[in-house]
Write a protein of this length. Structure first.
Length: 598
């Protein structure tokens, strides 16, 4: 690399950033300045390119997180490394502004980043969709890389707060409880279309998870001179080297994150004076995130308490850390108590997708409603009003041991006459990281508090009672879930044949008894401008007569118009199977939002 790239050689910026971090690590190990200089060269070469890979401007002039979220978080981590190792404050000024943009405008309540699958990228400020949220697992890992580096630069607990939120929620959700299947994307809502996979064509997420998980102990403590930082909480023992060759053993005993009582035993090799800095998490200080993007619905939580050797001690905070400076001897103890009431989180009013809704959090854990724990396997039609009391209960036999949250809510269901039925129903919530371990089904993070924000269950139709199969493609169940799309490009849930292009494809409905039909309404999926799906070149509708497929008799045009149902009326047929046969445009894939029959 050094022989190929650099001043007077080849000038280029990497299309997928990560080499900058690698070169910085290599410099730390070898002391060879050529590696650090090359990392800086790659950073400084950016500009005049596309925002997709953060090359739209020189890195020191960038102020907003844009483009591919994994690339972005790796770039910002590399900039943090360069800032730390070179003292270049222009890098630091840029990533501080970008960090404020992410945490203030573009961070999901789960700590996920990168809201759209189109380019696996950041969306605009306050644009945080739930069903179509991408939040790639690798982006969560990159977000933690970046936030931990910013902590090392600034010594501020707010970066560890974001790190922890991401770690326990949007990162951990990327792997199943048995460690064998993975999520590429981590949405905030599902109709059942999401399922973990044992592998991916682009297998970055499994490798990132299996690399990151065993590195987690290295994030618990940090040292600067005679300051020992305690960042994360879990039972365990660590050996830490302070300045002047002093060694300290520190032992944690805690049931965190299910319980907020943390006991630290400090065992210096020799009695001596130093400062222990124990993080008091933002969630325990009425600050879910270090911005106004999210806030608790109330500020009535009890305050954390601190005791040293059993004696109550006032908490003196500095950048989110409780400061304890004293002469330490072996066996000294520190007790930090972090009350963990169930809290309702509301989003900034500018986040349109979360208006009238709340997320539920306890300690660092964000919760969701999932189908196995709630009546009739439905959660998207839930309404949990502010008056509903929520309580926590540990379930050792559920999902390998979790604290659940229980309360009373309501379900909203559409009736045959179009009226709405409201029924009281118990509600159970589980930690977000643990969802999708019991099969496909509905899931919801942001719970409606108001009827206007709820999604009532639709009354069953002839369409929804059919079984769907397709020639190939992804998520055929989306075709008959009786959910009207907002547009042809609506990415909440849809069926597509991608990556197959220019091929002959089909999709079928099958009923368990004869049905009589005379109309089909097709709403095509077309993501022109953002993807590779277009309306088909042509299509036709067939019905099964005995063992023979026959075309329906119609004088209507087989429509391929966007952003509307293309209605096809035909001579009445009685059948148990209908088939759409579709010819995709040359060089393009295609898909369907909805297919209704009458």
């Amino acid at each position: 690399l050094v022989n190929t790239f650099g001043p007077g050689k080849r000038k280029v910026w990497p299309g997928h950033e990560i080499i900058e971090m690698a070169l910085a690590k290599l410099y730390r190990v070898t002391g060879n300045a050529e590696y650090l200089n090359l990392a800086k060269f790659f950073l400084d070469s950016r500009g005049g390119g596309e925002a997709y890979w953060q090359a739209q401007a020189p890195v020191v002039e960038q102020t907003e997180a844009v483009g591919h979220a994994v690339r972005a978080s790796y770039l910002y981590s590399g900039m943090a490394d360069a800032a730390a190792l070179t003292g270049d404050t222009t890098y630091l000024a840029a990533i501080d502004k970008i960090w404020s943009n992410v945490v203030g405008d573009k961070l999901y309540v789960t700590g996920g980043i990168g809201g759209t699958g189109n380019g696996e990228a950041f969306l605009g400020n306050y644009d945080l969709p739930n069903m179509s949220a991408y939040n790639e697992t690798c982006a969560a890992v990159g977000n933690d890389f970046w936030n931990y580096r910013l902590f090392l630069l600034h010594g501020d607990a707010k970066y560890v707060d974001v790190f922890e939120r991401t770690l326990y929620n949007g990162l951990l959700s990327g792997v199943s409880l048995d460690g064998k299947t993975f999520f590429y994307d981590n949405p905030g809502e599902s109709r059942g279309q999401h399922q973990r996979s044992p592998w991916f064509g682009v297998a970055c997420c499994p490798g990132n998870i299996t690399r990151f998980m065993p590195s987690v102990p290295g994030y618990f403590y940090a040292v600067q001179g005679d300051n020992l930082y305690v960042n994360l909480f879990a039972s365990g023992t660590a050996s830490v080297d302070l300045d002047k060759g002093r060694k300290v053993e520190i032992v944690q005993n805690t049931l965190y994150p299910w319980n907020g009582d943390v006991k630290l035993q400090v065992n210096p090799a020799k009695t001596g004076t130093f400062t222990l800095r124990v993080r008091v998490p933002g969630w325990a200080r009425n600050e879910p995130v270090p911005s106004d993007l999210y806030k608790y619905e109330d500020n009535a939580a009890p305050a954390p308490t601190l005791a040293v050797n059993g004696k109550s001690t006032p908490i003196t905070l500095d950048k989110g850390y409780a400061i304890i400076s004293r002469t330490w001897k072996k066996g000294d103890t520190v007790q930090l108590e972090l009350p963990m009431p169930v809290r309702r989180v509301v989003a900034n009013d500018n986040v349109a997708q979360d208006k009238g809704r709340v997320a539920v959090q306890r300690g660092p854990m964000v919760y969701c409603a999932e189908w196995p724990d709630n009546k009739n396997g439905k959660v998207r039609n839930l309404l949990v009003p502010p008056s509903s009391e929520l309580s926590a209960e540990f379930k050792p036999d559920l999902l390998r041991g979790v604290t659940v949250i229980k309360g009373t809510g309501f379900t909203l269901s559409e009736q045959e006459d179009g009226s709405l039925q409201k029924k009281e129903q118990p509600v159970t919530l589980i930690p977000y990281y643990s969802w999708a371990n019991r099969g496909r089904g509905e899931m919801l993070v942001w719970l409606p508090q108001q009827a206007e924000a709820a999604v009532p269950s639709r009354f069953p139709t002839l369409t929804s009672s059919a079984t769907v199969t397709a020639s190939k493609g992804s998520n055929p169940r989306a075709i008959n879930d009786i959910h009207d799309p907002k547009s042809s490009v609506d990415q909440d849930e849809f069926f597509h044949w991608w990556p197959r292009k220019g091929t002959e494809e089909w999709v079928e409905y099958k009923w368990d008894k004869d049905v009589t039909v005379s109309q089909a309404d097709i709403y095509w999926f077309d993501d022109t401008g953002v993807g590779e799906c277009r309306v088909p070149q042509n299509w036709k509708l067939l019905y099964k007569d005995g063992e023979t497929w026959k075309p329906v008799e119609t004088t209507d045009r087989y429509g391929v118009e966007l952003n509307k149902y293309n209605i096809l009326k035909f001579k009445v047929v009685t059948t148990r199977q209908l088939r759409l046969e579709v010819t995709l445009q040359k060089d393009w894939a295609g898909g369907i939002q909805q297919w209704r029959v009458k």
